[in-house]
Design a protein around this ligand. Structure first.
Ligand SMILES: Cc1ncc(COP(=O)(O)O)c(C=O)c1O
Length: 405
């Protein structure tokens, strides 16, 4: 007998669902979905860097030692891991953070969501760098913020930011990725970060430093620098996704205790806290300083080799046709075709040739520069980079010929 399904009659969706964008991140991940496409699109970490053996050993040991490892945990996060983070994250003043300033979150992505819940009413202003991390733009839009983009890293960026802050009294946040940024690979200098922190204090908004790539510097000059002083207006976010593995979904936010308390209540309502087990595993892993140093070395070695292979192939194949700077860390090369190739169009030809990337358009809050693109070197093997770039160059030549016809 076949059952007959009547269509479900659901209530009308909440008004806020009208602000849900198509998942730009989902679209990026789909671009890397087939095995015959060399993936320069997704910014996922390399599975070769995941410490699965150590993970298995630590987990087994933990479970043997204490079955309560599988219990619920504290909604703010494992106290020992909060203390470890507070002690590790460097500050310019040499003072360390207190553990009550740290909240563990499901990746730094959740920290962004909680911050927006705590700070934004519809119509409030968030100032972002230009271009900016698309996962953050997606969250700001969902909370119906007015997103104003300013080229914060450029020569006149801080001047322009000052003008925006003076004319936009509803500004609640300034959002930056200070080290090896997604998507540009560039870093903010310490004086610029201090100036941003001062501006945030002066205009009574929050400077959000989203910093998941800080440990992934590949050149001696790119070793981690001290953070801005722990001013009450600076909120820092970090993540274990890039240095250990993103499957832990473990990130954190450091903020003044009064704000942490609000964020914790939203977190409790959302999920009652991160996995108690995974926090203990991560804590056991990272507190072993010999393991952590070796893990960082291994990850930096893999990404350095991939970056070098990508940039030398790009320079050889494109010459002056593509402008880009060699990033000192992180996962990304940001490029621009000075003659104005539309990279969203080029993508169709590139995928046909068997290589993916992300058109730059997705990273702009307003007025996108269509000639830009983000090439990620984190997921493709170094030995595949020359072939990936050859495919991209073929796609570019074919589409240039199409334009001439
Ligand atoms: C700048 C930035 N922030 C946040 C995230 C989210 O990381 P996670 O939630 O895994 O910590 C990413 C991931 O790519 C990122 O590039």
């Amino acid at each position: 007998m076949t059952s007959v399904h009547t269509p479900a009659r659901l209530p009308a969706l909440a008004e806020r669902t009208g602000h849900l964008a198509d998942s730009a991140i989902g679209a990026v991940l789909r671009l890397t979905g087939t095995s015959d496409v060399i993936p320069l699109a997704a910014g996922s970490p390399a599975p070769e860097t995941f410490c699965s053996q150590e993970f298995t050993e630590v987990t087994t040991r933990l479970l043997k030692r204490d079955p309560a490892a599988l219990q619920y945990g504290d909604a703010s996060g494992l106290p020992a891991l909060r203390s470890w983070i507070a002690a590790q994250v460097p500050t310019a003043t040499g003072r360390s953070y207190e553990a009550d300033r740290v909240l563990l979150t499901h990746g730094s992505q959740q920290a962004l969501d909680l911050l927006c819940k705590a700070l934004l009413d519809p119509g409030d202003v968030v100032v972002v760098d230009r271009p900016s991390y698309l996962g953050a733009l997606q969250v700001f839009r969902l909370f119906q913020a007015r997103v104003v983009d300013v080229p914060i890293s450029s020569d006149h960026g801080l001047e322009r930011l000052g003008e925006v802050l003076a004319s936009e009294p509803r500004t609640k946040m300034i959002y930056v990725v200070p080290a090896f940024a997604n998507p540009t690979g560039t870093s903010l200098t310490a004086p610029r970060r201090e100036r941003l922190s001062e501006l945030a204090e002066r205009y009574e908004c929050v400077l959000v430093e989203d910093d998941p790539y800080r440990e992934l510097g590949y050149d001696p000059a790119a070793l981690p620098r001290p953070a801005a002083p722990p001013s009450e207006n600076t909120v820092r976010m970090g993540s274990f996704s890039k240095v250990l593995f993103p499957g832990a979904r473990l990130g954190y936010v450091i903020a003044p205790p009064s704000l942490i308390d609000v964020l914790m209540k939203f977190k409790q309502a959302a999920d009652l806290g991160n996995s108690h087990l995974l926090q203990q595993v991560v804590h056991d892993l990272v507190q072993d300083s010999t393991f952590l140093a070796a893990q960082l070395d291994r990850a930096r070695g893999v990404y350095r080799e991939r970056r070098d292979a990508l940039v030398s192939a790009l320079a050889g194949a494109f010459g002056s046709v593509l402008d880009f700077e060699v990033p000192c860390g992180g996962f990304f090369v940001w490029g621009r075709f000075p003659q104005g190739t539309d990279t969203a169009r080029l993508l169709t030809a590139a995928l046909k040739e068997g290589v993916s990337y992300v058109p730059g358009t997705d990273f702009y809050a307003t007025d996108p520069d269509r000639a830009t693109l983000r090439l990620s070197f984190s997921c493709a093997r170094a030995e595949d980079m020359p072939e990936a770039v050859e495919r991209l160059a073929r796609a570019w030549h074919d589409s240039s010929e199409d334009r001439r016809e």
